[in-house]
Design a binder for this molecule. Structure first.
Ligand code: PLP
Length: 396
């Protein structure tokens, strides 16, 4: 395995001690500040991936550091036999941000666990069928994987829980044909993140809402990647005004501290009853305090507005070279379409130029930077971008 840049000895130690589920690491990072990170050799990078849409406040944000330290020094962990104030306050806050009235929250430690909780919740409707979209990504536990369409992820682990129907994303007719009175839930990402930031046609979520309602099924929106301000709204579904029954959150929720949430609105909030589900760490006071600090900082510092502005600047800069045939997404969730299959070389060339970006397909890239990204950062990337592409086409 090749040695990650500036990581004397780390590459071999990683390969010897860690399961090879992610392939060789691209870098060994030692420190971060704002939207910047440094590797073991002291090389600086602008982090345009943000831990895959996670580091909402960037790295080492003082408000997050203070909230976590203070909570850990006050009450770090209790079991779910007991309540804590941060947990209650975070549940209330999230329901308030959603703005759809009454609801109930179940906290987890990750996105896949939030999906798992929601999947179990759908079974309590008395129905067992779920309709999901091709290209959708919902996690890697056996339940979440059953709802994820990618064959390469699924095939080695079959049989997976059944009664899952896949329909083309963005196709209202296909959705309406697949949903029946046996459907417990329709599960969709408001923008498909892992598929490469795929935005559905206008009116798709509203149509999904109608189809679900007409068949007595729940509408479950997976906002794990799109939620918490990234697209310029607290939740991407706010753009269309559609009211879901279930929302799953994680990634940016606590800015890098592990947490997820399964939120059920209205009557769906009472589907899971005592004994139906549980967790040891979920709703941990430190994770909840971290999420509250993230939400307060996004509000106080106008970070959703910043996400929208920096996103526009990035899209303009990205589209300048002729090799980019299009960009997708909203705010700081950006998909980039190249005119050829050199996305992997583009990621490498960007890294050599001091920028961390991500590929979702052979000709497709994704940016999901911290919401604290500055205009200076977007300018620096814009200046380097044409040369990054030229080098990528030469094969780095
Ligand atoms: C990342 C992601 C998940 C899985 O979250 P993990 O925290 O990695 O388990 C589920 N759904 C969507 C839409 C995601 O982007």
């Amino acid at each position: 395995m090749s040695e990650p840049t500036g990581a004397a000895g780390y590459g071999e130690r990683y390969a010897a001690a860690l399961m090879n589920t992610f392939g060789p690491p691209k870098l060994t990072l030692v420190r971060g500040e704002g939207a910047h990170v440094w590797d073991a050799a002291g090389t600086e990078y602008v982090d345009l991936l943000g831990g895959i849409a996670v580091n909402a406040l960037g790295h080492a944000h003082p408000a997050l550091v203070a909230a976590v330290s203070e909570q850990l020094g006050t009450l770090g962990h209790i079991s779910n036999f007991f309540a804590s104030e941060p947990q209650i306050e975070l549940a209330e806050t999230l329901l308030g941000l959603l703005g759809h009235g009454d609801g109930k929250v179940f906290f987890t430690n990750s996105g896949t666990e939030a999906v798992e909780a929601a999947f179990k919740l759908t079974r309590r409707t008395g129905r067992t069928h779920v309709v999901v979209a091709q290209g959708g990504f919902h996690g890697r536990t056996m339940g979440a994987l059953a709802l994820t369409s990618k064959e390469a992820y699924r095939a080695p682990f079959e049989p997976l829980p059944g009664h899952v129907t896949f329909v083309p994303y963005g196709d209202t007719e296909a959705l309406s044909a697949a949903v029946t009175d046996r459907t417990a839930a329709v599960l969709l990402e408001p923008i498909q993140g892992e598929a490469g930031v795929v935005v559905p046609p206008d009116g798709y979520l509203a149509a999904a809402r109608r189809v679900a309602t007409d068949n007595g099924a729940l509408l479950w929106l997976d906002e794990i990647q799109t939620g918490m301000g990234r697209t310029g709204h607290w939740f991407e579904h706010h753009r269309s005004g559609v009211v879901p029954d279930v929302v799953t959150l994680a990634k940016g929720l606590a800015g890098g501290f592990p947490i997820g949430a399964c939120i059920a609105l209205g009557e769906a909030g009472d589907l899971l009853q005592p004994g139906n589900h549980g967790t040891t760490f979920g709703g941990n006071p430190v994770a909840c305090a971290a999420a509250l600090a993230v939400i307060r900082t996004i509000t106080a510092d106008g970070l959703m507005d910043n996400a929208a502005k920096r996103g526009d600047e990035l899209r303009d800069a990205l589209l300048a070279p002729a090799q980019v045939t299009g960009t997708t997404g909203h705010g700081l969730l950006v998909g980039i379409q190249l005119d050829g299959e050199y996305a992997a070389d583009t990621v490498t060339a960007a890294q050599h130029a001091g920028f961390i970006i991500n590929m979702t397909g052979p000709s497709r890239l994704r940016l999901a930077p911290p919401l604290v990204l500055t205009e200076e950062d977007t300018r620096a990337f814009g200046a380097a971008w044409p040369d990054i592409l030229a080098r990528a086409q030469e094969g780095s």
